[in-house]
Design a protein around this ligand. Structure first.
Ligand code: SF4
Length: 287
């Protein structure tokens, strides 16, 4: 796909959001909450945690807790990225990353790391931006690590950090969706990646996920669902669904943003207990 060589660019022209991609110009449909594009991590929460939570995140803001901040710092330490683009004050924050001028700037800044500019002859590449259009809606993904083979992307890896050793063995459904989305997006972009892994790592133990590249390759080749790679590092192999099943579910999520339907709630005592909105959500099972 020749477009892979060119990074998309988001602009607002005469008040209308437009995506320029190579010679092509795509008007972006009007989305709920003034969003200009969607992000894979939001879709993961929407589809595998609770869609109503995303609805409330955008209408009421969300809580940035210490754990989220620690996670951002650990990612920065792992991949040397910028943390000052985030609001790092704990407390209630508006969700602004994908709307308005801030959304335009965030999107275009991420395109500096566009996947098409990566050198796949290296053993691995870190933090590359991917994007596909689904129902003309740009969906941005920020996979953490791609291991290459024969000059092509081969394994896609998402890093999730935690402060509890007991969480290493638990793959959350939204984590699995996230890496599965990256897998399918890369294939849609003509980059035939073959496997999807989630690495779980305890924050602050002083190791880097790239130190485990050989162990990750071995885990994938052995086809083991879960392996502990060291005291604070574990890997989960994600079984990806076929592309049509993945797309059916993702298009259903996009329909919410296009205004075709209202948000649905998926309350459960466990989910509501850890949800930022448990005190004001009308569907909450935990007050
Ligand atoms: S409180 Fe429960 S039902 Fe309400 S948004 Fe959160 S997880 Fe969903």
């Amino acid at each position: 796909m020749e477009l892979i060589n060119q990074a998309p660019e988001l602009t607002i022209t005469e008040g209308k959001p437009i995506l320029k991609w190579g010679e092509a110009i795509y008007p972006i449909p009007r989305l709920k909450h003034g969003a200009l594009f969607l992000m894979v991590n939001q879709l993961a929460v929407q589809l595998r945690f609770c869609e109503y939570r995303i609805h409330l995140d955008f209408t009421k803001g969300r809580v940035i807790g210490n754990e989220a901040i620690d996670g951002l710092y650990e990612h920065a330490r792992q991949f040397g990225n910028i943390t000052d683009e985030f609001s790092l004050e704990p407390g209630w924050d508006p969700v602004v990353v994908n709307r308005g001028e801030e959304g335009v700037s965030f999107f275009n800044m991420r395109m500096r790391n566009w996947i098409g500019k990566a050198d796949f002859t290296k053993p691995y590449v870190e933090e590359r931006s991917v994007m596909v259009l689904i129902k003309n809606v740009p969906i941005l993904g920020l996979p953490d690590l791609i291991i290459n083979r024969d000059g092509k992307p081969w394994l896609i890896i998402e890093l999730k950090t935690t402060n509890r050793a007991g969480r290493l063995g638990f793959l959350e459904p939204r984590e699995a969706y996230q890496v599965e989305a990256y897998y399918h997006f890369l294939r849609m972009m003509g980059l035939g990646v073959e496997g999807a892994l989630v690495v779980k790592l305890i924050r602050g133990i002083g190791v880097k996920v790239v130190d485990y590249v050989d162990a990750l390759i071995k885990a994938f080749i052995n086809g083991v669902n879960y392996s502990r790679l060291s005291n604070g590092v574990a890997v989960h192999l994600v079984r990806v669904r076929d592309a049509s099943e993945f797309m059916r579910e993702t298009e259903w999520a996009v329909d919410y943003w296009l205004g075709s339907r209202n948000a649905t709630a998926s309350p459960s005592p466990g989910k509501c207990r850890v949800c930022d909105h448990k005190l004001h959500c009308p569907y909450s099972l935990s007050r």
